[in-house]
Design a protein around this ligand. Structure first.
Ligand SMILES: [Zn+2]
Ligand SMILES: [Zn+2]
Length: 163
């Protein structure tokens, strides 16, 4: 998705709004392909006194599974991003997005921004109890006796000595 930004660089006061949906179905994340619906992207690029500013918002839904209890879940996300666009890299700052030949790769930018913003861990709820490591029961919905049955290793060696 290359967007022509030439006039935005050339004309002070020039403005361009966009509204698109991008398909990230091929994107692998969290060990799956979570983008079940397209990512809605809308925003605006404006030349303000010679500085070209991009502001955009993204909305999307991911199909995920909880890291602790493995429950399947769908979650909505929305983020906003802002960048300054330049035609060539004249500084090392990450704030600037370089538009090669005056073109902006909006898809690639959306992708990088999104991936940086998404949480590392996905939990169905912040206090998810997870699965029992011994019997696998979902501790959010049930309980088991595994923890109680576990014998203190010091006691275990003692009982061996005694037998
Ligand atoms: Zn969970
Ligand atoms: Zn258990």
């Amino acid at each position: 998705m290359r967007m022509d930004c030439q006039s935005l660089f050339d004309v002070i006061g020039e403005k361009k709004a966009f509204d698109l949906s991008l398909d990230f179905g091929e994107e692998e994340l969290y060990g799956r392909f979570p983008f079940v619906t397209p990512v809605e992207v809308n925003g605006e690029i404006e030349n303000r006194a010679g500085v070209v500013k991009l502001v955009f918002h993204v909305k999307f839904r991911l199909s995920l599974c909880c890291d602790r209890c493995l429950k399947e879940l769908e979650r909505d996300f929305s983020y906003s991003f802002a960048h300054t666009l330049v035609r060539s890299q004249n500084t090392d700052s990450d704030e600037y997005v370089v538009c090669e030949d005056g073109f902006l790769d909006l898809r690639e930018l959306t992708r990088t921004d999104l991936l940086l913003e998404l949480p590392v861990k996905i939990l169905c709820s912040p206090d998810c109890k997870g699965l029992c490591p011994h019997c696998g029961i979902d501790l959010n919905v049930g309980s088991c006796e595994c923890e109680k049955k576990e014998i203190d290793p010091r006691l275990a060696s003692l009982s061996q000595l005694l037998s």
